[in-house]
Design a protein around this ligand. Structure first.
Ligand code: SF4
Ligand code: SF4
Length: 368
């Protein structure tokens, strides 16, 4: 792997694959070994959160014995995702306390990045950036030498993020979801890159979905010479010249080795990306349940969009095993339908919901 600039603002450089520390093994020793294996393999940017269980403690232990100086260490928090203490209100002082706590948990003197975690909407944005808020707290920590750089992670609407970005001269990194089935942040990534903000991608494998088998995606992979659906997914993200690095959620050594192997294969050409995008457009959700929820409420309390999402994943995307697996988590199964027809009368996509639910139950209610 070759290093690339991590945006122009930070003056740092990263390898195209980085450590996502949200799925570390339970065991401390195993985690330390895995983190050090990943760092030795070239994954030098580490993304953690105060709220990823014991992740900060495990990373802190792994960074002893000279490993701290090899990495770019980043952690994050936000009171709207989870309060650590009841007094956490997003004020500058409460964020300073969180930063000091993370330094202790990580057993380091300074964080390379502190991120405002998971900005979902304008309320979050305003809370974080208003006077006396989270951003001010991180800047205070930076003035005291506790934090070197400031970043954000966000799930806000792309158009809202793009409205804010040009005003954010303090922002040195941005972490976003981007993968084969989630391409809406592509223009945000482009804009951030052009502004000199380091770009990091989370969920390059769709939260693990693209590690599964799908004949539909395997056909796309074969069309562009990718060896597997996971290889297709990683190389698709890595082929975007505006992406600086992607997070590999490390749970075992093969996660590291397989992801590195994919980025070391050639990037897709513009023509190959066009082939992939065209195939992905064909799989558009617009042609099935859009998740609009107009069919709800259901008198039998069935979460119709959730079940139809499984049908979409199976029939259109080809991930049958995922659908069967996730159907186990559906509380009210599709066979509770009393066929009242209320949902079909309101469905914006004119879906035969009653038939779809019956078929879904038959296909996915598999006894082990
Ligand atoms: S037809 Fe079935 S799924 Fe639709 S609203 Fe009635 S009970 Fe619910
Ligand atoms: S109204 Fe139709 S398209 Fe919308 S969530 Fe319900 S089933 Fe899906």
């Amino acid at each position: 792997m070759n290093k690339v600039a991590f945006g122009n603002r930070s003056g740092l450089s990263v390898f195209p694959v980085s450590i996502g520390a949200m799925r570390l093994p339970e065991d401390m020793i195993e985690s330390v070994e895995l983190i050090r294996y990943a760092i030795d393999s070239g994954l030098i940017y580490i993304d953690i959160s105060r709220c990823y269980g014991e992740a900060e403690l495990k990373v802190g232990r792994a960074l002893r014995d000279g490993y701290r100086k090899k990495v770019i260490l980043s952690t994050k928090s936000s009171p709207w995702v989870r309060k650590i203490q009841p007094s956490d209100d997003g004020s500058a002082d409460s964020i300073l306390r969180r930063i000091e706590e993370s330094l202790l948990r990580l057993d380091v003197d300074c964080l390379d990045f502190y991120q405002i975690w998971s900005i979902f909407n304008e309320d979050n944005w305003n809370l974080a950036t208003s006077k006396g808020g989270m951003l001010e707290g991180i800047k205070k920590a930076r003035d005291r030498g506790l934090v070197r750089h400031i970043g954000i992670t966000t799930h806000e609407r792309p158009e809202d993020i793009m409205r804010h970005l040009p005003e954010c001269d303090w922002m040195e990194s941005i972490l976003l979801s981007y993968n084969l089935m989630q391409r809406s942040y592509e223009p945000v990534i482009t804009m951030a890159h052009e502004l000199g903000i380091g770009t990091i991608v989370m969920n390059p494998c769709g939260g693990g979905k693209f590690a599964g088998h799908s004949p539909v995606f395997m056909k796309i992979a074969s069309a562009v010479g990718a060896g597997s659906v996971a290889d297709l997914a990683i190389r698709y993200v890595n082929s975007n010249p505006n992406v600086d690095t992607l997070l590999c959620g490390i749970a075992k050594k093969s996660d590291v080795a397989d992801t590195i192997a994919s980025v070391e294969r050639s990037k897709f050409t513009r023509e190959q990306i066009d082939v992939i995008n065209q195939a992905l457009d064909e799989l558009s959700r617009e042609k099935f349940c859009t998740g609009c929820k107009y069919c709800l409420p259901c008198p039998a309390d069935i979460d119709i969009p959730a079940i139809l999402n499984l049908v979409y994943e199976d029939r259109i995307l080809g991930f049958r095993a995922t659908a069967v697996d996730n159907y186990k988590n559906i509380k009210v199964k599709a066979d509770a339908c009393i066929k009242c027809g209320q949902c079909e009368a309101k469905c914006t996509q004119k879906i035969s919901i009653i038939d779809e639910l019956a078929a879904a139950h038959k296909a996915y209610n598999v006894k082990e």
